[in-house]
Design a protein around this ligand. Sequence first.
Ligand SMILES: [Zn+2]
Length: 290
Amino acid sequence: MRFIYIAIFLLAALVTNPNDAQSLSRSDITLSSNTMARGDVILVTVKSAREEKPRVTWMDKEISLVFNPAITSWQGFVAADLDQKEGVYPVLATMPSSGVKETFNIGVTDKDYGVRNLTLPKEKVELDAESLKRVEKEAAVVKALWTIPAATPEWRGSFLNPLDGEIVGTFGKRSVINKLERSPHTGVDVRGNTGDPVKAINNGKAVLVADHFFTGNSVYVDHGGGIISMYFHLDKILVRDGDTIEKGQTIGLAGATGRATGPHLHWGMRVNGARVNPLTLIDLSRGLEE
Ligand SMILES: [Zn+2]
């Protein structure tokens, strides 16, 4: 008799503890890794119904999530800036309707990305007063982009390569220009010929189209959800400020405008303001539902 009571009790416990959309347990959350180097990205997947969008925050910033119907999950990217200090930083996930919370730790490690030595014309490095003024003005325009509140995610599925070509400049390298330490390399350089079509890596909106001193003809695409891609040194720009951009759309032609040693595409990414390796984002996004 006692055995039957226990059996009924266990059965009742199972039935009244449904694994419905409102519950949240560790098994519902998958991180592509528990650790990453500074300048890297982690894919977070939360198993949950479309109607039950979880809230995920990291370093006091909300991680924008996109629903993936193929696996009934919400997915987004957690990004550590190139200058992020080593440490363990908690991710907080909350289900809005039930308020159920879970905390996960992500470790950020240091990484030696190497050094690049460049020799450039003196006037492109040691700026005269007029150029300096121009550079400062342009830097302020770009900086303003990082403080715009994240728009609704327009990106869907995997991110594309903007230009097929050999990577001739890797992400994160310290830059020694004419024997002096300068800002690190915050994107990747893809070899290309002048005139090669450069494609938008995902859907979005052109939020800045400009000809800048260092970056030449430049296009910044906001993919929503705090993800911005940038394409520099273009020979020609084929979009305008405010244009809606489709994934794979040719937004410009590769070139060597601005401070460039030859024709190539400099391609950079920001995720929630963090400067990250674009190649990691591409890798992690493979297989995401369109
Ligand atoms: Zn570059």
